[in-house]
Design a protein around this ligand. Structure first.
Ligand code: DAH
Length: 339
């Protein structure tokens, strides 16, 4: 019996298998119910009582070695197989979550698409700007509060290197380089030195629109705005223009739309007025045209600017602005169907 155990032990130690199939037949040969090791366990009954202790010990060792050897060979096959099949073990398990567009991107695209249909093309500019393009060229007086340290992030204590506070700086750049007709829409991120709360952030997004040509009038502006409002918020939407002030437009206005939650009847959202403000606009101040090398005696134009967060809030009722930059997957997934 001991000799037989030793012979099998040697066989087991030298066991080799070319593939998983061969390994399985080895397992059957040695370890299955009818296998050779099991047969030895059956013969164990006939071993003399005084030898049982010793033989039993060897037998158990043989079984354990055989089991270990088979496991070892199986593991090496598993590894080879995975490498051969080119399986990437670092990949996330199925199902793989598909990303969705950020709500601000959805709304930015929608705004740009609407203006694209009116013949506007997209223009972009740098976020790190200088005083000229953000303020001076746009007719901001020397002591205008928007230049104040309160609002503007300056870079390296240099009053001429700053983060743009509005995307109107892109219109300066486009006008400097191009002669009319100019019809552009400028989406982008802007920065202001604000305390962060549910209703303000130190960065947000705007879309600026600019149209310069001969004989552009306020009526053209109003028509474009009405088209935009109806496309964005529905065909029943009404608009209202209120006189306002911006340094770079004269006359200037702010536009309200009929509250899209209550349809203009008055609710908590519109503070029971039936109207909500969505953008600033006006006729480009002749000083701005001249500053940028466009002859204000020949050309006129309109400009408009809106906050993407504001429009997104109106569309989706996001109560806390900070949600837009927290990357909370549960929040972002809520916009899956709007993609
Ligand atoms: N730049 C303004 C702001 O950041 C928005 C704006 C208002 C842009 C009126 C315009 C405009 O082009 O005509 O608040």
């Amino acid at each position: 019996m001991i000799d037989k155990i030793n012979a099998l032990l040697r066989e087991v130690e030298n066991m080799k298998a070319a593939d998983a199939e061969e390994l399985e037949s080895l397992r059957i040969k040695y370890l299955s119910k009818k296998g050779e090791i099991s047969a030895l366990f059956n013969d164990f009954r006939n071993v003399a009582a005084e030898q049982k202790r010793e033989v039993g010990k060897y037998l158990n060792e043989l079984k354990e070695k055989a089991q270990n050897k088979i496991n070892e060979l199986r593991e090496s096959f598993d590894n080879v197989q995975t490498a051969d099949a080119g399986i990437d073990l670092t990949r996330t398990a199925y199902p793989i979550g598909l990303g969705t567009r950020h709500p601000l991107s959805i709304v930015k695209k929608e705004i740009c698409d609407i203006f694209n249909r009116l013949g506007f093309s997209i223009a972009e500019g740098p976020e790190i700007e200088d005083d000229w393009h953000v303020f001076t060229a746009l007719n901001f007086a020397e002591d205008h509060p928007a230049r104040d340290m309160q609002d503007t992030f300056f870079i390296q204590h240099n009053p001429d290197v700053l983060l743009r506070t509005h995307t109107s700086s892109v219109q300066t750049r486009v006008m400097e380089k191009n002669q009319p007709p100019i019809r552009i829409i400028c989406p982008g991120r802007v920065y202001r030195n604000e305390a962060i709360s549910y209703r303000a952030h130190c960065f947000f997004h705007q879309v600026e629109g600019l149209y310069i040509d001969k004989n552009v009038s306020f009526a053209d502006l109003k028509q474009a705005l009405l088209f935009f409002a109806k496309e964005m918020f529905g065909a029943d939407t009404k608009i209202r223009l209120r006189p306002s002030y911006f340094p770079f437009t004269e006359p200037s206005a702010e536009m309200d739309i009929s509250c899209n939650l209550c349809g203009g009847k008055g609710c908590a959202f519109c503070k029971h007025t039936g109207w909500v403000e969505i953008l600033g606009c006006g006729m480009v101040d002749p000083n701005v045209l001249d500053n940028c090398g466009i002859d204000s005696k020949i050309y006129s134009g309109y400009a408009l600017g809106m906050g993407i967060e504001r429009i997104t809030n109106l569309k989706f009722q996001v109560k806390d602005l900070r949600m837009f930059s927290e990357n909370d997957i549960r929040f972002l997934k809520e916009f899956e169907s709007a993609n």
